[in-house]
Design a protein around this ligand. Structure first.
Ligand SMILES: Nc1nc2c(ncn2[C@@H]2O[C@H](COP(=O)(O)OP(=O)(O)O)[C@@H](O)[C@H]2O)c(=O)[nH]1
Ligand SMILES: [Mg+2]
Length: 328
């Protein structure tokens, strides 16, 4: 009996075969099982898939318990208010962006493949520290094995497009890579996998080298990518552009910064706490003082949307730049 496999299933199958590690193979197998047509013709295939899945589950749970520790160079511990990981083809300008915005020791060069592993650096939007991660390039037929792991755990993916090279080709290479690894939010991607991990990531485009671009190139990019992706146009040589880029990233992170204040003391205006938009005064208390958080008695707030020094409830949701005085 013919199996009559659907495009959805074939895509999952391709994902499985291009998966770079067992964690990803697990996700792909689950997707294959979810999308395989259920009829007599696929009975044998489904049994095989279930067998593979349980074998892999057993193997990966064993991995965690013991065995030799291996260092994953693509695991970048998060730091700051958010982590933004760059993706793009060779020479598109990734390292130039991270180098210009942060203290990272990136290699900027006119020849490809100068970055072989993630290089994180801390950038700033006003007084908020945001982590940028430079990455090895991807091409139509090559990406470093394990590279997907860095994207899987980040907060935002920045697709870098060089406006002076073939725009359509670059867009296709990066979006194909992200789509085939189920990293983009679309109607087909389940928001979370069976273990509850977020799958689709926020992604946007940095269009770079505007200082050298031919007229019409940004229009071409807009035609290809809007409204699916926000586009921020920059030249890595322009300080103003870089500030605008960081402002955009801050907006996309969808967070607020809050200055904590002790009663009778001035607020610490140098080192704000950051929390997701909608987080509460109680959430802030948990960040400021884990042990005392449950003893929070009252709070006062200063800010643009509130009367100075007004008493606020623990459920109050601070706006960006509010000053909050916590009474424990
Ligand atoms: N004029 C100009 N040159 C740039 C810009 N961005 C990158 N470059 C140059 O392009 C070359 C490749 O950039 P690089 O960041 O190393 O590319 P990567 O391979 O994506 O990391 C370097 O010589 C950079 O100095 C830009 O916005 N304007
Ligand atoms: Mg580079």
């Amino acid at each position: 009996m013919p199996a009559n496999l659907t495009p959805e299933y074939l895509k999952a199958d391709k994902w499985y075969r291009s998966a770079s590690d067992d964690a990803e193979r697990l996700l792909a197998l689950e997707e294959m099982l979810r999308t395989i047509p259920r009829h007599k013709g696929t009975e044998h295939m489904r049994a095989e898939l279930r067998k593979k899945l349980s074998k892999l589950k057993a193997a990966t749970s064993g991995e965690k318990k013991g065995g030799a520790k291996h260092v994953d160079i693509f695991h970048v511990p998060k730091s700051g208010a958010g982590q933004v990981v760059l993706i793009g083809t060779p020479n598109c300008g990734k390292s130039a962006i991270v180098g210009a915005l942060s203290n990272a020791k990136v290699h900027i060069a006119d020849y490809p493949f100068t970055t072989v592993k993630p290089v994180p650096g801390m950038a700033h939007y006003e007084d908020v520290a945001i982590q940028l991660v430079d990455m090895p390039p991807i091409t139509a037929d090559y990406s470093a094995p394990g590279q997907v792991g860095t994207y899987r755990t980040c907060d935002i993916i920045a697709i870098v497009i060089d406006l002076t090279q073939d725009i359509e080709e670059q867009v296709l290479i990066s979006t194909d890579y992200l789509e085939s690894h189920r990293l983009l939010i679309d109607e087909k991607t389940a928001e979370t996998d069976t273990t509850g991990n977020l799958q689709g990531k926020k992604a946007f485009i940095i269009a770079t080298r505007t200082d050298l671009a031919k007229p019409g190139s940004t229009e071409e990019l807009t035609r290809l990518c809007a409204p699916d992706f926000d586009i921020v146009e920059i030249s890595a040589e322009s300080e103003q552009d870089l500030i605008r880029l960081m402002a955009g990233i801050y907006r996309m992170l969808d967070i607020v910064r809050v200055y904590a204040k002790k009663p009778g003391k001035p607020a610490d205006m140098k080192d704000p706490f950051t929390m997701p938009t909608g987080a509460t005064v109680q959430d802030l208390a948990n960040l400021v003082h884990r042990e005392l958080a449950q003893k929070l008695r009252s709070a006062r707030a200063w800010g643009e949307n509130i009367h100075d020094g007004q008493n606020v409830h623990r459920t109050y949701q601070p706006s960006d730049k509010d000053i909050i005085e916590l009474h424990f």
